[in-house]
Design a protein around this ligand. Structure first.
Ligand code: IPE
Ligand code: IPE
Ligand code: MG
Length: 249
């Protein structure tokens, strides 16, 4: 568990987002800028994953969701897709002992059963090994798209209705959420996207209904603890009104 004295002096520890979601973007451009192949950008991005996970745990974040591979990313050149899948396996296998030692619980969202077998297997083993850990929940979004997730939930609920287990008017927010791959995970309060792009790219559409959005030009391989602290400070300077007026808060 993070020690209170390690919490950054500029962070208000009573207002740290419980859940931060990150669209890790810009690996390719980071590499290109340095005259290197894109895959080296992805490899450098792993360093950021390590640093940001550690920092988030220290700062008291309970859930960190990282968008690692979207459903749309299958449309990249086959060699890049293969490199990404291999990197994922190597990363999970290489990092899992350290993650486990640090009390990190690995989770995944998305259509993970449709991943290549070795990727799915490494993921499953990592989740199994770390399932009782409590320091931080590291949620990897893999073969994830929000529209896929919402359609999947609609199908699950429709089947339940057909089976007589659910009446249509019983489908409220809680019932719908129970059919999402994020069930049991609180909605993110803060969504970060690196690399200067200001779009959501089919990520967590349901769950970010009231999230604060933070966009930074920094490419993912250059995003580390200091950048995370900046994002949290920015979040802490916002007024979250949830439909009310400022005076009502
Ligand atoms: C993010 O970096 C990693 C993945 C989407 C897997 P990109 O590969 O999208 O990098 P850019 O956007 O081309 O710079
Ligand atoms: C979003 O990044 C997906 C991940 C970070 C895994 P992309 O780089 O694929 O997004 P678009 O296609 O530019 O919107
Ligand atoms: Mg990109």
């Amino acid at each position: 568990m993070p020690d209170k004295t390690s919490i950054h002096p500029q962070i208000d520890e009573t207002n740290v987002p419980r859940h931060i979601a990150i669209i890790m973007d810009g690996n390719g451009r980071w590499a290109k800028q340095k005259g290197m192949p894109r895959v080296l950008g992805h490899r450098s991005g792993v360093k950021s994953v390590r640093e940001v996970t550690q920092a988030a745990a220290e700062l008291g974040v309970r859930y960190l969701t990282l968008y690692a591979f979207s459903t749309e990313n299958w449309n990249r050149p086959p060699a890049e897709v293969i490199a990404l899948m291999n990197l994922l396996v190597d990363t999970i296998k290489g990092e899992i002992a350290e993650l486990n030692k640090n009390g990190v619980r690995l989770l995944a969202i998305g259509d993970i059963e449709a991943l290549p077998k070795h990727t799915f297997q490494a993921l499953k083993e990592g989740m199994e090994l770390t399932k009782n850990n409590t320091s931080i929940n590291l949620v990897l979004a893999l073969n994830y798209s929000a529209k896929w997730e919402i359609l999947h939930a609609a199908r699950v609920l429709a089947q339940k209705a057909i089976d007589g287990l659910l009446q249509p008017d019983e489908i409220d927010e809680a019932a719908f959420e129970s059919a999402l791959t994020t069930h049991g995970i609180p909605d993110p309060e803060l969504l970060i996207r690196t690399s200067g792009e200001t779009r959501i790219s089919n990520f967590l559409l349901w769950q970010i209904a009231y999230a604060e959005l933070y966009f930074t030009p920094v490419f993912w391989p250059d995003f580390g603890k200091q950048e995370l602290i900046k994002a949290i400070q920015n979040f802490q300077n916002r007024e979250r009104r949830f439909g009310k007026t400022s005076e009502q808060l």
